[in-house]
Design a protein around this ligand. Sequence first.
Ligand SMILES: [Fe+2]
Ligand SMILES: [Fe+2]
Ligand SMILES: [Fe+2]
Length: 407
Amino acid sequence: MNASNINVRFFDVVLCVSRALDLLSPHLSDHHLRTAYVAARLAEEIGLSVVEKQDVVIAGALHDVGALSTTYRLALQDYAVGDQLENIHVHGMEGYLLLREFPPFTRAAEAIRYHHVEWNNERGSEFNGEPVPLASHILHLADRIAVLPESGVHILQQCDNIRRKIVDGVHLRFHPRVVSAFDAVSLSEAFWLDVVSQHKEEIIRERFGQHNVVLDLDELYELARLFGRIIDFRSPFTAIHSSMVAARAERIAQLLGVDTYRTKIIGIAGFLHDLGKLAVPTEILDKPERLTREEMFIVKQHPYYTHRILSTVPGLEEVNAFASLHHERLDGQGYPFRRSEIPLEARIIAAADVFTAVSEHRPYRSGMTRTAALALLDQFVSGGALDGEVVAVVRAHFGDLIRMSQP
Ligand SMILES: [Fe+2]
Ligand SMILES: [Fe+2]
Ligand SMILES: [Fe+2]
């Protein structure tokens, strides 16, 4: 197998992560995709170029990545208070810092940085002495429109009220150019039906996906690495977990003689293995006490969500198989699929995951010593969870693996 076997599109990966960000709570409806759609329509109406429109879609799709807790994310959903929250700009800044690391996201990151700056009679053209890009003002209005539709009431029954609310706010909250664009696009019923449609991913892809380029293996690796950082960033206890699992799984693969292409795919799956954790509230991830039974179920569903999310991206089938089987056991007693036939790549990631987890500090315990970690890994092998050959490599290169830094 060689690099040309990978055939994944850029936009598809962005949109799948966007959907993942809203799994946290049903109350978030599909906030990120909604914002992306509205922002793109506004950008189109304003006459931005194809590339600028794509940046606006990316920014909308990922705009609240910097907002950590469920409580805070839900507060942002309140139209009246959302913009007034204390430290409202912090999550924009965090999102900016995360996303700008990946060059194709630079402009989207800049738009996200100030996406809650109010227009305030032109004062909002600058913030902290820096110019606020038009894309930030587009995002601001799109984000506020996205939170307005009430569930349980037909959208066409609400849209006139929403229109009035926005247009009345001109010169205060929102940029007048963006408000006139909204005034124009929101006249049609189709616009509102799109806003609440269950098929927004396809709608966005069809209408704004002209630049949905195919990623090569290295680009996909870089994108997966960034998403790994987004997953990790949510909890201080797992701040570099996905990166370390990726790095260690790659090293173990090399030591087992796996070829370069497959080693890279293993790295990509390593970065993404806990993608489903985006659906676990930080309040649970960081909880210092024992989890309740219900909280445990919520944590336990994460590899299932990793699987669901990745299965929406054509071309990621292999990555998905390697990523979402990391809590399966060779004896078929793992979760969530209870599979006993587990590909070597997934067995490597499972071992790298356990190894990394036991060497990390967690809210309820400190990292283990070498002896304790090795004893536990052996127990996992004899108990029928992990692959003995893979763990033998871990044992032989323990020091090496522990000292590795994140890729
Ligand atoms: Fe926000
Ligand atoms: Fe938002
Ligand atoms: Fe996991």
